[in-house]
Ligand binder design. Structure first.
Ligand code: GRF
Length: 197
């Protein structure tokens, strides 16, 4: 089975979706926050975890670039075929990507080119209330130094209903994320078709 490392910062519902779908062997979960609920999910499933907070690293004189390289080193030890950022809230500098041992993909709660960065769901809802959009969506893309950009591996549109508040829209968005992330990881790790010639 293919090996993946998942990086999280919070609840880990997308990590849970990957765990439930059994699309790959999750060999390590990395969190930048010790209180991320996703760590509990991993522990419960017997998956190795590691917590790498940025603040103490910087307080000890480290730089952002050396922190990113350190995260890449921890990830490398697990020898993943794919690295999945599933709610990882740090923007990586090139020093992570340069040292990453495999492709890095990211999940973002917006369609390509729309609402990059934080609070994407909230900003989409505000745009809908202003009458500017009637749908938003989720995407999975390859990670490049630019935030929430890079070759798109999959998208799913999510309608914004007139009755939506943030909680209702977020619930629909997360359900779409769980499905899309599993689908993209499965596709990415699928063995190439055997040629008949
Ligand atoms: C997701 O909406 C993801 O797109 C965003 O952070 C959220 C993480 O949710 N960047 P969870 O931790 O997987 O529940």
């Amino acid at each position: 089975m293919n090996r993946i490392v998942v990086l999280i910062s919070g609840g880990g519902s997308n990590l849970q979706a990957l765990m439930d779908a059994r699309v790959a062997d999750i060999v390590l979960v990395v969190s930048n926050r010790a209180d991320a609920f996703g760590l509990e999910r991993a522990n419960k499933a017997g998956i190795a975890t590691c917590v790498l907070p940025l603040k103490p690293w910087l307080a000890a004189g480290g730089t952002r670039a050396s922190y990113d390289a350190d995260v890449a080193e921890h990830v490398s030890v697990a020898q993943p075929d794919l690295i999945v950022l599933a709610g990882w809230m740090h923007v990586f500098s090139p020093s992570f990507l340069d040292n990453a041992p495999s492709k890095v993909i990211n999940l973002h709660p917006a369609l390509p080119g729309k609402f990059p960065g934080a609070r994407a769901i909230e900003r989409a809802l505000a745009a809908a209330i202003r009458g500017e959009i009637a749908e938003t969506g989720v995407m999975v893309h390859e990670v490049i130094p630019e935030v929430d950009a890079g070759p798109v591996l999959g998208t799913a549109a999510v309608p914004i209903l007139p009755t939506d508040d943030l909680a209702a829209l977020a619930t629909r968005m997360h359900a779409a994320e769980h499905e899309l992330l599993v689908e993209v990881v499965r596709k990415h790790l699928a063995p190439p078709p055997v040629s008949s010639s």
